[in-house]
Ligand binder design. Structure first.
Ligand SMILES: Nc1ncnc2c1ncn2[C@@H]1O[C@H](COP(=O)(O)OP(=O)(O)OP(=O)(O)O)[C@@H](O)[C@H]1O
Length: 301
């Protein structure tokens, strides 16, 4: 599987959702698509699924433009919260339709997963709770086994048990039927361990594309006495530095690839790892953070 964006621009009226996205993804991998609200993640996924046409630039899936392509729509599926199905169809009939559309759809897997999650196949989609709707959508997406499977904020609204089961299902499925799986979202707990690569979009462009483990290893949180934290951070790229208790500070620092932070003992400095969520949020945080709002207000700005 390969998915390429070349200088892709997407406008919605005056809003520029993507402003020159270039990104090349290849191979059967689980890839995390991360970014702040409005970064362009859903737009990029909809372009890859052929649901939208780029305003400029090129998107290609398996060497073909996905927009209006029957071949690409049989090979890609985008699962998202806004997915709608004909209201007159029961869930079982929706699965029959999906089986007709996607050559690799596994009807038995879909049925067993719905049974496991207690979702009756004679229910209507519209009758399901938010978490159940998202569970059904995800089951449909997983069972379709399309070579490019995309999930946009798939775990929203699910309880912890369903969430952890679905994360395991994703992993089992990926191992038994390798494909390119793109997962976008903000609630990364439990999911981030699945990522082999991460892509960070920011303001409609690519900010970062890297091996997920290498990316995570580059971030470290240090805390301790203010002067010690400031000294330790002075040689590194500091993404977030703030005071915690009186006289104490904390910083998230990003190291250059292949380097490690040297910690001297006995000066009260502690270092801990940074979650992927905290890392990308720190990387894309506006200068000054939320404190800036209050200092600006106090300064009459
Ligand atoms: N159909 C639309 N009409 C108008 N503007 C849109 C539309 N879809 C997206 N946008 C705008 O494009 C920008 C990118 O939106 P997009 O949904 O791709 O971001 P996102 O990274 O998925 O955000 P989130 O994490 O909040 O879901 C936003 O400014 C959004 O308001």
């Amino acid at each position: 599987m390969d998915l390429n964006f070349h200088q892709v621009v997407k406008h919605f009226g005056k809003t520029k959702a993507l402003s020159g996205l270039t990104l090349n993804l290849a191979g059967n991998k689980i890839i995390g698509i991360l970014g702040r609200n409005g970064a362009g993640k859903s737009t990029a996924l909809q372009l890859a699924a052929g649901l939208l046409k780029p305003s400029a630039g090129n998107v290609s899936v398996l060497g073909e433009k996905p927009f209006n392509s029957l071949r690409i729509s049989a090979n890609t599926l985008l699962v998202h919260e806004g997915m709608t199905f004909p209201p007159a169809l029961r869930l079982g009939t929706i699965l029959d339709e999906l089986e007709r559309t996607y050559p690799s759809f596994d009807r038995k897997l879909a049925r067993n997963l719905l049974d496991h999650f207690g979702i009756p196949s004679d229910a209507f989609h519209i009758q399901l709770s938010r978490g159940m709707k998202n569970t059904f959508n995800m089951v449909a997406g997983i069972a379709s086994r399309t070579p490019l499977s995309m999930f946009d904020e798939p775990l929203n609204g699910m309880d912890a048990g369903v969430r952890s089961d679905l994360i395991q299902v994703l992993l089992k499925e990926y191992i038994s039927h390798p494909r390119m799986i793109l997962l976008s979202g903000h609630q990364l707990e439990g999911v981030e361990d699945l990522f082999e690569e991460i892509v960070i979009l920011h303001e409609g462009r690519l900010l970062h594309h890297e091996n997920a483990d290498e990316f995570k290893e580059r971030f470290v949180r240090i805390s301790g006495p203010c002067s010690v934290v400031r000294r330790a951070a002075s040689t590194e790229k500091v993404l977030d530095l703030h005071d915690t208790l009186p006289g104490m500070s904390e910083a998230i620092i990003m190291m250059k690839p292949g380097t490690a932070l040297i910690m001297s003992e006995g000066n009260g400095l502690k270092s801990t790892s940074v979650s992927l969520g905290d890392a990308y949020v720190a990387l894309t945080r506006k200068k000054g953070g939320i404190d800036r709002v209050y200092t600006d207000a106090a300064d009459g700005k």
